[in-house]
Design a protein around this ligand. Structure first.
Ligand code: FES
Length: 106
């Protein structure tokens, strides 16, 4: 688990919720969708707005600023005004501990 850091317990991120974690270089949002976890940078690639409070429908999050949507599984930009993917980070669960790739390690 090189480059992974423990960030939470499963009880901290119940299904349908999200969790923010700040690293030195980046803030991540971890989503729990049907007990699977997905982590993305909390930074819209259109104009650097935060995605944290964006509406999540299925696996699509909408930027609250101008409405760009991203797939939280791949980070792919799904509509304008964003054209670039948002960074994603791998999440692992061991027991009740949640680990995420450390964005500061790159
Ligand atoms: S900052 Fe996200 S769509 Fe513009």
């Amino acid at each position: 688990m090189t480059n992974f850091v423990k960030v939470a317990h499963t009880a901290d991120i119940p299904s349908g919720s999200r969790f923010w974690i700040e690293f030195e270089e980046e803030t991540l949002v971890i989503f729990n969708v049907n007990d699977r976890y997905y982590a993305i940078a909390d930074l819209c690639t259109h104009d650097d707005g935060p995605l944290e409070d964006g509406e999540l429908q299925g696996f699509e999050i909408e930027c609250p600023r101008h409405g760009a949507r991203f797939d939280i599984r791949s980070g792919a930009a799904l509509c304008l005004p964003a054209i670039s993917a948002v960074p994603t980070y791998e999440v692992k669960v061991e027991g009740d501990a949640i680990y995420v790739e450390n964005p500061d390690a790159y």
